[in-house]
Design a protein around this ligand. Structure first.
Ligand SMILES: O=C(O)c1cccc(C(=O)CC[C@H]2O[C@@H](n3cnc4c(=O)[nH]cnc43)[C@H](O)[C@@H]2O)c1
Length: 207
């Protein structure tokens, strides 16, 4: 599942000729991602759901142009803001903001990417509904989730649908920008899409 067509094309370029994978559009944001992933899972039989796309990288954790793979997918803004700070739905007893990703496959993806000389980091990938645009917010997210390496907008939605259908899930992202003060001029979307293509070229071997 990719959010937009450009990400889908980048993945298809890397996959080359294969019938092993089906690459579908999730849309932007967790709700669209959950609905479109569920629709895909109702139409076909799948062994694994991958959420692949670009993301923001947290400073000194994931550099622009590098790859990240999630050991955990976390809905970072699903909760309540109280005078004492943010409380997640887990703390409130309303559900879970966290999904573990497919054990074994994370390590295989990382080992294979490293063998291909790609820069890749394992960590929590946050799902947010609002892109972080300030240093204070970036710091707050890292304080709340010390293992966070990147933020994007779809992983949690994809994971909700995958879990419902009892299919393992993985999130792999290429970093297009830093998480922090908004600065569109610093975006490196082409570099991130190239990294996605290089990652996807390994998928046949890894999965
Ligand atoms: O207009 C902005 O300043 C802006 C900054 C970052 C991202 C956006 C998007 O509209 C991107 C949405 C799309 O890309 C993924 N993505 C990429 N970078 C980030 C990020 O830093 N934080 C959250 N999501 C990001 C996301 O998964 C969406 O699919 C606009």
């Amino acid at each position: 599942m990719t959010s937009v067509e450009k990400e889908r094309e980048a993945v298809l370029r890397g996959l080359g000729q294969t019938e092993q994978f089906s690459v579908k559009i999730a849309g932007v944001g967790p709700a669209a991602a959950a609905a479109n992933t569920m629709a895909a899972l109702m139409e076909g039989q799948y062994d694994l759901v991958l959420n692949v796309g670009i993301a923001g990288g947290f400073q000194n954790r994931a550099d622009v142009g590098s790859l990240v793979v999630a050991d955990e997918i976390i809905a970072a803004d699903l909760g309540v803001e109280t005078p004492d700070g943010f409380q997640s739905v887990d703390e409130l007893g309303f559900g879970s903001t966290r999904f573990q990703t497919a054990t074994g496959l994370v390590e295989r993806m990382v080992a294979t990417a490293k063998k291909a000389n790609l820069s890749i980091t394992i960590g929590s990938i946050l799902t947010v509904s609002t892109v972080t645009g300030t240093k204070a917010r970036a710091e707050e997210l890292v304080r709340r989730v010390p293992g966070a390496v990147a933020e994007a907008m779809e992983g949690y939605g994809v994971a909700v649908a995958a879990k419902q259908r009892r299919v393992p899930v993985l999130e792999i992202r290429a970093i297009s920008n830093g998480v922090g003060p908004r600065n569109r001029a610093e975006w490196r979307i082409d570099a991130a899409l190239d990294a996605l293509t290089q990652a996807a070229a390994l998928f046949k071997e890894v999965f």
